[in-house]
Write a protein that binds this ligand. Sequence first.
Ligand code: T46
Length: 137
Amino acid sequence: MQVVKYVFQPHGDERGQLIALEEFKDIPFKIKRVYYMYDTAEGVVRGHHAHKKLEQILVCIHGSCKIRLDNGKEKKVVPLEKPYEGLYVANNMWREMFDFSNDAVLLVFASELYDESDYIRNYDEFLKFIDNDSSAE
Ligand code: T46
């Protein structure tokens, strides 16, 4: 499994750092939605689902967390601990977010509006879905 991490360009000067992200330039899709999570309780694991269509870029803009990616064949854990790093999470990818520091803010750029019907929340259904999807190619 190839992990795609973007390193964004900070515009730093003596005042500090600033990162600007534009769709189709820094973010590889049209940004339809932005959301973020914070105040995550200790030991919490979020996610436990995949998306049929949604693509996202995850940026831990403060603190740190870890993302487990699982394409049904391989699993990888990616630490996010720099505000200038973005992790691309494709559709058809099971994801879990865990090991949040108590100051973690995880910002997400999403290619689609919120749509519960795009979620696959059962792991066996996910395996069936990706199996059917690849046999349709
Ligand atoms: C994902 C990972 C990385 C909304 O009303 N609108 C939204 O845009 C989102 C994302 C969530 N919600 C509601 C739905 C639930 O009642 O917020 C609540 C928490 O959402 P959820 O349990 O889906 O959160 P996570 O952290 O498990 O997953 C989220 C995203 O939903 C998901 O797309 O890839 O972050």
